[in-house]
Design a protein around this ligand. Structure first.
Ligand code: HEM
Length: 209
């Protein structure tokens, strides 16, 4: 599935940072700059393939758990992020992945993802958080389109795909307020984008068999 924005965007079309129109939001900047990598991540995940079965789904959950644990550790250790309204604990979705794996009778001691993302500034940490929080939006789409062999897991081992449930939209908007406020000049946008791209690239490497 192509997410709405990515059909028209790829890195080659990005405006130069210095020439960026004032109305380009940080969110749009990040969405357009990560479109290609998002498509690659979707392919890697493969849980929407007609032939996807429990084994594919289980390895998706395990891979995402290793990714979320690494991102959560990064957020937890980030001094500047802890001074913002970003609710590290409340946004911890590794527990949803652990619950889903447990519901499937699978192990939760998974290999951690090596993020390798430079995240020393708030802009960079928010670039990582953009990927982690944005994935709540895709999850809902996936949930509606589960392939035949996975439909029986809906409501049983799909807590992660539900994101924040009915609060998903409002929590995403809260995150965007923080993002737009903190990533408000070209240099910050450029570093947030590099961090977001590096995060997706690390996830793709981590998910590859
Ligand atoms: C089969 C896998 C996936 C599908 C089908 C999918 C699909 C989508 C869709 C349809 C949207 C737009 C949702 C909306 O605007 O309401 C979206 C947004 C997003 N997804 Fe995914 N996604 C997948 C996997 C992932 C993964 C693994 C990540 C990263 C961990 C991710 C990160 C994002 C981000 C950051 C956005 C927000 C983009 C924005 O609107 O600014 N997605 N995805």
């Amino acid at each position: 599935m192509v997410r709405p924005s990515s059909a028209v965007s790829h890195r080659g079309n990005l405006p130069r940072v210095g020439r960026m129109a004032p109305r380009v939001t940080a969110r749009r900047w990040l969405r357009e700059g990560t479109g290609e990598l998002h498509r690659a991540a979707e392919e890697c995940v493969a849980i929407l393939d007609d032939r996807a079965g429990r084994a594919t789904y289980e390895s998706y959950l395990a891979g995402m758990l290793g990714f979320h644990l690494a991102a959560e550790a990064l957020f937890e250790a980030h001094a500047e992020l802890s001074q913002t309204p970003f609710d590290v604990d409340g946004r911890r979705r590794s527990r949803h992945l652990e619950a889903d794996l447990t519901a499937m009778g699978a192990a939760t001691d998974v290999p951690s993802c090596h993020l390798g993302v430079q995240s020393d500034t708030l802009a960079r940490a928010l670039g990582v958080a953009y990927i982690v929080e944005g994935s709540t939006l895709g999850g809902r789409h996936v949930l509606k389109r589960l392939p035949p062999n996975l439909v029986e897991l809906r409501g049983v081992a799909t807590r992660y795909l539900e994101g924040y449930g009915p609060a998903t939209g409002s929590r995403w908007r809260q995150f965007l307020v923080l993002l737009e406020g903190a990533v408000d000049h070209p240099a910050a946008r450029a570093s947030a984008l590099r961090a977001a791209q590096a995060t997706l690239a690390a996830l793709i490497r981590h998910l590859q068999p």
